[in-house]
Design a protein around this ligand. Structure first.
Ligand SMILES: Cc1ncc(COP(=O)(O)O)c(C=O)c1O
Ligand SMILES: *[C@@H]1O[C@H](CO)[C@@H](O)[C@H](O)[C@H]1NC(C)=O
Ligand SMILES: *[C@@H]1O[C@H](CO)[C@@H](O)[C@H](O)[C@H]1NC(C)=O
Ligand SMILES: *[C@@H]1O[C@H](CO)[C@@H](O)[C@H](O)[C@H]1NC(C)=O
Length: 420
């Protein structure tokens, strides 16, 4: 505590001094002139905003974990980090916190800054929440396919929603921010810098890194595998970096969606220059995968860091959609990425479960956000018609449901018998 205060004190002294030096270069007048007063007021606002963010962090606490022991897999324990229990209902609560904290410290967001973000809905909802806490205007640029409930949740947090084709998201958010003098938060670019990976010990200013929480909650057990897909890639990169930095024995597995370029991006270094948009097939899995938005340039259009990924998998979108239903039936009511994670975990368990293993993964948001889409048979039939529609979906559902009981590899079986 004492050292905290000393640290803060010296930081402030330093800032005040350097502000004085910069401002006094062009004028002979004293530090009490009015530009300096405004400058100081602005610093005060930011300092207060950062304090508010730490209060929010404190109230976040740890999201709960939910442990599953699939009956057919005698050696496999799956640990779901239940991020749907966060204040804004998804894994993006902690990451929007991190983005905002970063933007405040770097001076991108100041008193009165209008914040813009490109999102599939979850980041926008969480960021709208953070902006409301700080009294800032917020506008979300979302895909025109967004579920109505997701859009409503953003508006409920005081955000404005702009719908565009998914390929236009980044461009539009950037344009709107530029023309209105606001700031484009750009999670695709900036999660790379904002999502930290430090172990915070018993500090009251706890690390927001998800792996940090998981390890503490597991009381020293190191998961053998951590598995998750990537949208921006921010989540997986921050978890992977944490694991590498502290030398944990956890394999980082990226599970990619069917038409996403991330699989080849990580494995073969492709698509950093060329776009993968010609490969993209709608509707994809909301919030995850990459394809429609042009080349995946690290720390520019994506925050996925291939350096910290140990293994990559690919899963058909209809299989993931069917997995959402099976997961819901065993009490894991999650969205698109949760379905992907559930199926990938069973696959990994079937292949590597020759001895006891723990797989850590994420229940990233609630299934309730997807009632009108990935849980709706009519929507599935229409949206996934070119993938084989309900026939393929029902096949995957049966395979996953059965495998859960028998311990067989649902991915291998499904790929063999459920494709069109
Ligand atoms: C439900 C869900 N899961 C996973 C992700 C992907 O996380 P990240 O963007 O950190 O890769 C998102 C992104 O929006 C999401 O909404
Ligand atoms: C923040 O900006 C508003 C509007 O410009 C102003 O009224 C207020 O005094 C500012 N607050 C601080 C702490 O500078
Ligand atoms: C996850 O958290 C939500 C919100 O608190 C809760 O309703 C749900 O039952 C939890 N799910 C699991 C699998 O623990
Ligand atoms: C589970 O682990 C034990 C101990 O390593 C092993 O003997 C057993 O064969 C494993 N079970 C399966 C289904 O692989």
């Amino acid at each position: 505590m004492l050292s905290d205060q000393i640290f803060l004190f010296s930081t402030i002294t330093f800032l005040t001094t350097s502000a004085f030096i910069v401002l006094s270069q062009g004028s002979e007048t004293s530090i009490a002139n009015s530009p300096n007063d405004q400058f100081t007021a602005s610093k005060e606002w930011t300092k207060t905003a950062i304090k508010k963010m730490w209060l929010e962090k404190k109230s976040m606490g740890y999201t709960p974990i939910h442990v599953v022991e699939p009956p057919g897999y005698e050696n496999v324990t799956i640990v779901f980090k239940n991020e749907s229990a966060s204040a804004t209902g998804s894994l993006k609560h902690r990451y929007s916190w991190a983005l905002m904290m970063w933007a405040l410290i770097e001076g991108h967001v100041k008193n009165g800054t209008h914040v813009f973000e490109a999102s599939s809905g979850n980041t926008a909802c969480s960021l709208a929440f953070m902006c409301r806490k700080l009294g800032l205007q917020f506008t979300a640029v979302v895909p025109d396919t967004i579920e109505l409930v997701k859009a409503r949740r953003i508006e409920k947090q005081g955000g404005t929603v702009v719908r565009v084709p998914i390929s236009e998201r980044l461009r539009m958010a950037e344009y709107l921010a530029k023309t209105s003098g606001g700031f484009f938060m750009n999670q695709f670019k900036n999660a790379f810098h904002a999502e930290e990976f430090h172990e915070s010990g018993s500090s009251s200013k706890s690390s927001a890194n998800m792996m940090h929480e998981i390890l503490r909650q597991l009381g020293g057990v190191q998961p053998d595998v951590f598995v998750h897909p990537a949208g921006t890639g921010g989540t997986l990169s921050s978890i992977g970096r944490y694991v590498k930095k502290y030398g944990h024995d956890t394999q980082i597995v990226l599970v990619d969606t069917q038409f996403s370029i991330y699989y080849d991006y990580v494995l073969q270094g492709k698509f950093a220059e060329e776009t993968g948009s010609h490969l993209w097939v709608r509707p994809g899995m909301a919030g995850i995968g990459y394809g429609a938005m042009g080349p995946a340039r690290i720390a520019e259009t994506t925050s996925l860091d291939p350096a910290v990924i140990d293994r990559v998998l690919k899963i058909p979108d209809l299989a993931s959609t069917a997995a959402m239903k099976v997961a819901r039936e065993i009490g894991i009511d999650g969205g698109t990425s949760t379905g992907v994670n559930f199926l990938a975990s069973l696959h990994i368990g079937a292949v590597f479960g020759k001895r006891p293993m723990t797989i850590a993964t994420i229940l990233a948001d609630s299934g309730k956000l997807y009632e009108s889409t990935y849980f709706d048979r009519k929507w599935i039939a229409q949206s996934f018609e070119s993938h084989g529609g309900l026939q393929v979906y029902d096949c995957w559902y049966k395979v996953i449901k059965t495998s859960y009981q028998t311990g067989e590899d649902p991915l291998e079986i499904g790929n063999a018998i459920c494709s069109v």
